[in-house]
Ligand binder design. Structure first.
Ligand SMILES: Cc1cc2nc3c(=O)[nH]c(=O)nc-3n(C[C@H](O)[C@H](O)[C@H](O)COP(=O)(O)OP(=O)(O)OC[C@H]3O[C@@H](n4cnc5c(N)ncnc54)[C@H](O)[C@@H]3O)c2cc1C
Length: 332
């Protein structure tokens, strides 16, 4: 096999690198040093997501794989990365009629620990779920960066062109999708903003979700998010975003907090937020489209691509680039 070059050290590139490292296969990483969305991500993993309270297909399987993978990462970089969490899903008055039944029977009900049907002062009821987690994405990337640097495997530069002497894996995130090279992707990249606040009076140990989310990150600090914006794809925190997230903070946490940071990034989204992997040109592969769920999907998607390259296994059909192009053709 030709020498492998991974382009990008966000979640996609880092997970690919660790799988290759674990298999004892030589590789190099090229990263521009421009921080992508992984440096912004809250790293949330939770079973029941979205406005419709849906459970993603294969959630339990992907979560188990992600947990084992990041625990392997913890040993390699000697840092804590993985924090299991209970999740509280709040349901407001208007949502209850449509959504409460989802927690009583069906896929979401399997994750329920408790339902408190007494209304809070804000009119919400609270459903407690098991199976959530938070990945400390920043720590994972810092540790991976330091580890691969120490082993002389990381070059900090802009990658421009794949050489025919190497096998290139493009893990370029939203920057790659928006650049439109080597192909013009039909992307749905979305800008997102997050606040980190200090709020000693909140005393919350669980991930709280509803209209937005709030997660404890230690030392009385919480991350709160997030916005979705499709038209203005820049990485600048905005006044509008701040206002939106402060409303979430007040609803899910309370009035008393101090803002520590306000950041923005761009989620790499293709079709239904499903990742895509496969050969895009001879000897050039891609892993992208991790969407809003990079933390849970990156270990599985990167492992599937590595198994495909090293052992000749087929890519799962819903991950494969061929399937992505077929679905585009069918929808046009
Ligand atoms: C506000 C917000 C909140 C989020 N919250 C969560 C969450 O709670 N849970 C979750 O799972 N996900 C979350 N995400 C999504 C998550 O961030 C993404 O799924 C994930 O980070 C994508 O990783 P990536 O490696 O594909 O891209 P990136 O993180 O963007 O990494 C790409 C890397 O490639 C480099 N690069 C690109 N082109 C080149 C080139 N030509 N040469 C060299 N280097 C290059 C970039 O510099 C970058 O380092 C969130 C995203 C946002 C914006």
């Amino acid at each position: 096999m030709k020498p492998i070059v991974i382009v990008g050290l966000g979640l996609a590139g880092a997970c690919t690198a660790w799988h290759l490292w674990n298999r004892g296969v030589a590789f190099r990483i090229v990263d521009s040093g421009k921080k992508g969305s992984s440096h912004v991500a809250a790293g949330l993993i939770h079973p029941v997501t979205g406005k419709n309270c849906a459970v993603a297909e294969g959630y339990a399987h992907h979560r188990a794989e992600a947990e084992a993978f990041y625990q392997y990462g913890e040993k390699q970089i000697e840092k804590k990365l993985w924090y299991p969490l209970e999740v509280v899903r709040l349901l407001g008055k208007a949502e209850r009629k449509k959504l409460l039944s989802k927690f009583e029977a069906g896929p979401a009900a399997e994750w329920v620990i408790d339902m408190d049907l007494n209304e809070s002062c804000r009119g919400d009821i609270a459903i407690t779920l098991r199976g959530g987690a938070r990945l400390d994405v920043a720590e994972f990337l810092r540790g991976s960066h330091a580890f691969f640097c120490k082993h002389g495997l990381l070059e900090e530069r802009e990658f421009s062109r794949a050489s025919s002497d190497t096998l290139t894996i493009l893990c370029e995130g939203a920057q790659g999708l928006m650049r439109g090279s080597p192909i013009a992707w039909k992307h749905r990249c979305a800008k997102g903003e997050i606040l980190t606040v200090h709020a000693p009076s909140w005393c919350q140990s669980r991930l709280v979700t509803g209209r937005g989310w709030l997660v404890p990150v230690g030392e009385d600090c919480y991350k709160i998010g997030a916005t979705y914006e499709w038209s203005q794809l820049d990485e600048m925190p905005s006044e509008r975003g701040l206002c939106h997230i402060e409303n979430i903070a007040k609803h899910l946490g309370g009035e008393k907090y101090t803002i520590r940071s306000h950041v923005a990034g761009i989620r790499p989204i293709l079709r239904k937020s499903q990742p895509v992997a496969g050969m895009i040109l001879p000897d050039v592969y891609v892993l992208n489209g991790l969407g809003s769920k990079g933390s849970i999907h990156a270990p599985w998607a990167a492992r599937s691509l590595v198994d495909h390259l090293l052992d000749g296994y087929s890519l799962p059909s819903h991950l494969s680039l061929a399937h992505y192009f077929d679905s585009l053709r069918q929808s046009s």
